[in-house]
Design a protein around this ligand. Structure first.
Ligand SMILES: *Cc1c(COP(=O)(O)O)cnc(C)c1O
Length: 369
């Protein structure tokens, strides 16, 4: 085995860079004696809503729960259909399933990997209640076109912003286009906690109120339960860490942008290699830098031998996952999604990837024949 010279993502670097601030946040919460809900959590909610240019942020346990609680709050459930990208991480579909509704997959645009607006209307039926686009790999989905379709058919737009903290379209934060957005603060995301965490971002005050009740046992006042709610809350300790990291998000995203710009330039002439496509007016958060190659397995082996960490996002699309066998989809049903799953490769990307490491990635890719 070759040794790892450039890890796919350096998970320790955020703590190393922000140690003093994070240690102070830890001490503040530990000494406060307050460990569920409370001021620290509310302060983070206000700061993240402001960052997104949204009216409200309701923190929850994780990104999957954020999407699930939005669907519950809109009373989308058994018998309802929700349009989801065929090409996404399975959590998007699972949120729909947990609510009791059925995910209806729609193929992506092969250039952006995001939901193709031109294919959405064909999938709409009398049972459709919402469209759930994902800003995959950190680039905003085509929200203007999606919103137009949703308005025409009276559907909610709920977006999965798990990979898109700080992504912009026409200078607006991507999460601000939908009725409500589900956000994940899983440690590896652009804004990551040190454990599980998530949030709902919305301009809909009614939705915000219902999610707030649902996340806390269906209760507004202690021991008065309006509905059968859930326990899905953001720990104040994670809120305190996220407040520290939120202050650095734009700067860290700028570092990702610089890495992306470098890759895009240096890798532009490699035979058969497909680079990420950025839509006009779009400013991705570069959560991942995803390339495609017809001989993906050989390329991944070559990079591994050169000590470069890579991952595949995602090797099995949800419609072919054992978890969704019940829906009866088979190979060939979503050919664009399957083509993506068979050819994508994510190369190292992050705010702590040094110039030397970037050089190693670039030269390893250039030496693949
Ligand atoms: C990470 C992720 C989620 C789920 O977030 P968790 O916090 O892990 O529950 C949902 N959708 C997408 C696209 C993701 O990348």
């Amino acid at each position: 085995m070759s040794t790892v010279r450039v890890p796919f993502l350096n998970m320790k670097a955020p703590y190393q860079e922000l140690k003093a601030e994070l240690d102070a946040a830890y001490q503040r919460v530990m000494e406060s004696g307050w460990y569920i809900l409370g001021e620290e959590m509310e302060a983070f909610e206000n700061e993240y809503a402001t960052y997104c240019g949204a009216k409200d942020c309701i923190s929850v346990g994780n990104g999957l729960e954020a999407l699930h609680l939005i669907l519950r709050a809109y009373e989308i459930g058994p018998g309802d259909e929700v349009i989801v990208p065929a090409n996404t991480y399975i959590a998007t579909w699972l949120a729909v399933s947990y609510a009791g509704a059925t995910p209806i997959p729609v193929e992506p645009d092969l250039r952006t990997y995001n939901l193709d607006p031109d294919r959405i209307e064909r999938a709409i039926t009398k049972r459709t209640r919402a469209i759930l686009p994902v800003h995959l790999y950190g680039q905003s989905a085509e929200m203007e076109a999606i919103t137009r379709i949703a308005q025409k058919h009276g559907l909610k737009v709920i977006d999965d912003s798990a990979q898109a903290h700080g992504a912009r379209f026409n200078d607006q934060i991507a999460s601000g286009f939908a009725d409500a957005a589900g956000v994940s603060f899983y440690p590896g995301k652009n804004l990551g906690a040190f454990g599980d965490a998530g949030a709902v971002v919305t301009n809909d005050p009614g939705l915000a109120d219902r999610v707030r009740v649902l996340r806390n046992y269906g209760s507004r006042v202690k021991y008065q339960n309006e509905v059968k709610g859930f326990n899905s809350r953001l720990d104040p300790i994670q809120a305190a860490f996220l407040r520290v990291k939120l202050a650095h998000l734009d700067e860290w995203n700028d570092r990702r942008k610089a890495v992306a710009a470098r890759y895009l330039e240096a890798l532009s002439n490699i035979h058969e290699l497909v680079l990420p496509y950025v839509l006009p007016h779009s400013s991705p958060a570069w959560h991942l830098f995803v390339i495609r190659h017809p001989r993906r397995e050989a390329l991944q082996r070559h990079l591994t031998q050169a000590g470069i960490g890579t991952l595949i996002h995602y090797p099995t699309p949800p419609h072919l996952s054992a978890a969704y066998a019940e829906l009866g989809w088979k190979v060939g049903d979503f050919p664009i999604t399957e083509e993506i799953a068979n050819t994508v490769l994510s190369i190292p990307m992050g705010p702590h990837l040094s110039r030397d490491e970037q050089d190693e990635v670039i030269s390893a890719l250039q030496s693949f024949a």
